[in-house]
Design a protein around this ligand. Sequence first.
Ligand code: CA
Length: 479
Amino acid sequence: MKKIILLIGLTATICTALILGCKHYESAKNNQTIEISQQPNLIVIMADDLGYADVGFNGCKDIPTPNIDRIAENGVMCTNAYTTYSVCSPSRAGFITGRYPQRFGYERNVQYRVNDPEMGLSKDEATLATFLKQAGYKSGVIGKWHLGAHQSNHPLNRGFDEFYGHLGGGHRYFSEELVIDDSYAAVDEPESYRTWIMRNHGHEKTDEYLTDEFSNEAVQFVVRHKDEPFFLYLSYNAPHAPMQATEKYLSRFPNIEDIKRKTYAAMVSAVDDGVGNLLNKLAELDIEENTIVIFLSDNGGPEKNNASDNGILREGKGSVYEGGFRVPFAIQYKAKFDKGVYNKPISALDIYATMAAITATPENPNKPLDGVNLIPYITGENKEVPHETIYLRKFDQNRFAVRNNDYKLVTFNNGSVKELYNLKEDISESKNIIGDFPEIANQIDTIRGEWAKQLIDPAFLGLIHTDAWQKSGKKGKKK
Ligand code: CA
């Protein structure tokens, strides 16, 4: 009798699994098979210009970030995580397409040009939201977009179902300073910082501190979509300049005397509160287990500009050294990951590739992804290195940075100047050892050259080319 009950129970379990759509997913790159019972939700929380050493899980002492740290404590902190660029706009283009942005000419910060359809993400590229839509996800962006201000590049025209935020590269935080009621009436970057906040294609007057606005919206987004697979891109513009914080947050730092660092700390603290509210809501709605939550910064901290701190990493935002594009990164996926630390190199590119593997959505063969499915690596099922090589090119400066395993080659001026570092022994890139290891440098330079052949020149004039754009007379006309 017992056996029969057991058999019925087992059959019921199999049937339930079939009814729930228990599938096997295969990652194209790694041939790893993953079994999951449900499509997980994805929340990517991207801070803006946050320093590597400015979160508790990376050792920050003067700014407590207990809520951001919860993601690392409930999951995995990744110590060698890179973005695809060391400034905002191209970094986000890499993340949202899962491809190195240098492949499609996205190598500059965009200008805020509402009449120029070419100023932003190429229409030939698909976003993660477009991709996930095919798998039945609902996607939303809350916060900073910065992938083009022309209507054709509006989030709702790039695969997202919802948008609450601003189109440009930054925004003023106090509602009384947001005096332009239409984003498309702003003519340049400074004006774009003062627009009302867009809700989908409309505009709203806000009354709260902007970071709090975005946090509240994020909580409401998950409440709205709790019963279906969702992708939330919570793209805080904090702690990017302008340095503005409310007394509520400033008062938490009576011991920080430097006013810029104090304001920065307050801005980070506001983000941390928002992350906490969001995590609490996931738990309350009982969707915590099946939601992947990732926290990262879009690039390194511009230390002089916003008083951020990249710790022992060399330089910061804009640089080809580690401080430019190695970022704080933590990932929580309670259904799959035990608490841990992952030290092998990973990339923001991997977020897209991971979701592609999970949803088993076929890749576009003409647009191969540059990332890998992180899940088997983080679970330990795959002990290989996710990325033997991490690449960065900065076209306008004639610079490359290519990390191959522990070694990193940095080249300047079309390769006439070369530097080699061993990151395992010298994380601060303080000792150029190219004289001792010319063969390693040559090997990496060959890899660099092969990658460079796959890239194209920048497709639009960037923020530093404002005058050239004005003189070009293009103003919205196609090249
Ligand atoms: Ca940034």
